[in-house]
Design a binder for this molecule. Structure first.
Ligand code: KMH
Ligand code: ZN
Length: 304
């Protein structure tokens, strides 16, 4: 693993897992997504990972025009690195999911390393009253839905985006996904340095025990040597503990309301920036420095 002195904080601002009824603080409209991204950057996020939502009902959308409603304004007001999702939502096909990254040519796009079960049902049990018709079937349906990322899908995204010089946040939800990343590196479709985003604690992926984190890091170290930057995201209550482990081990961190609605047990986070500040405090308490957007660009060799 590359050992930089500075820690990159990515903030995943809204995502597609949580639904509007779960938290009044989840950004939905383009203005909310814009303001939350800007505030997260101001608080110390070097990268913002962005999804869009239908402003009428908060449903995830990959319509590039919805991204166009907030991206230029974020870019005009902040130097933050833009990272667009190619994961979209598990209900969407790859062609639909690819469009924002393909058309809007971000510095970074997410890339999911395998097909998997992607359990959302816990959310349904926790949050009972839904405002919008789509929310309950979306969550219930997750028990019989596959988040599809075949080898062909992954190659298609990589090949489609290669002319744009977009680099990838390589999302690995289990150990096998690291080997899939190594396969695409061997094929020359992913170029160093690699940003490996290890995801912990989603039902269908690896858990969030310390042993899980160590196993993921040891395997990534063996496969990718000095050529990679290791970042982690812990879903739900694992967010800050997992991010803390990573920072203490020389890795990077991702927070944000996409991955967890919480700021401590039972307290809904009031904003993305609150979570960024929380992990920033931890990083600085470890006597480490938080990376600026330009630090992240230099480390990850982004096109700028
Ligand atoms: N929702 C995260 C667990 C993507 O956007 O490509 C993973 C993610 C997927 O960020
Ligand atoms: Zn995402």
């Amino acid at each position: 693993m590359a050992k930089p002195k500075k820690v990159i904080i990515t903030c995943a601002v809204t995502g597609a897992i949580h639904t509007p009824s779960m938290s009044p603080h989840l950004p939905i409209t383009p203005e909310q997504i814009r303001d939350e991204a800007l505030a997260a950057a101001e608080a110390g996020a070097a990268i913002v990972h962005l999804h869009a939502r239908d402003p009428q009902n908060g449903k995830p959308t990959q319509d590039p025009d919805e991204f166009r409603k907030f991206l230029p304004q974020i870019k005009a007001r902040s130097n933050v690195v833009i990272n667009l999702t190619t994961g979209g939502a598990p209900t969407m096909g790859v062609e639909e999911r690819l469009q924002p990254a393909l058309q809007l040519k971000p510095e970074v796009a997410s890339l999911n390393m395998g097909s998997m079960n992607f359990g959302l049902y816990e959310m349904l049990n926790r949050f009972k009253d839904f405002k919008y018709d789509w929310e309950r079937p979306y969550l219930e349906g997750s028990d019989d839905r596959i988040f599809r990322n075949t080898f062909k899908d992954i190659a298609y995204i990589l090949e489609s985006c290669s002319a744009n010089q977009t680099r990838f946040e390589i999302e690995c939800y289990d150990i096998g996904h690291l080997y899939t990343a190594a396969h695409f590196i061997d094929r020359g479709l992913i170029k160093p340095p690699f940003l490996i985003q290890s995801v912990f604690g989603l039902r269908g992926g690896i858990g969030n025990d310390v042993e899980d984190v160590m196993h993921m890091k040891r395997t990534a170290d063996r496969l990718f040597g000095e050529d990679y930057f290791w970042s982690v995201l812990g879903a739900g209550r694992g967010q800050i503990p997992i991010a803390t482990m990573s920072a203490a081990m020389g890795g990077h961190t991702r927070v944000g309301l996409e991955d967890s609605l919480w700021d401590g047990p039972g307290n809904l986070a009031k904003s993305n920036a609150d979570q960024v500040r929380r992990i920033r405090t931890v990083i600085e308490a470890l006597s480490l420095e938080v990376a600026s957007p330009d630090d992240a660009r230099a480390m990850l060799k982004l096109k700028g």
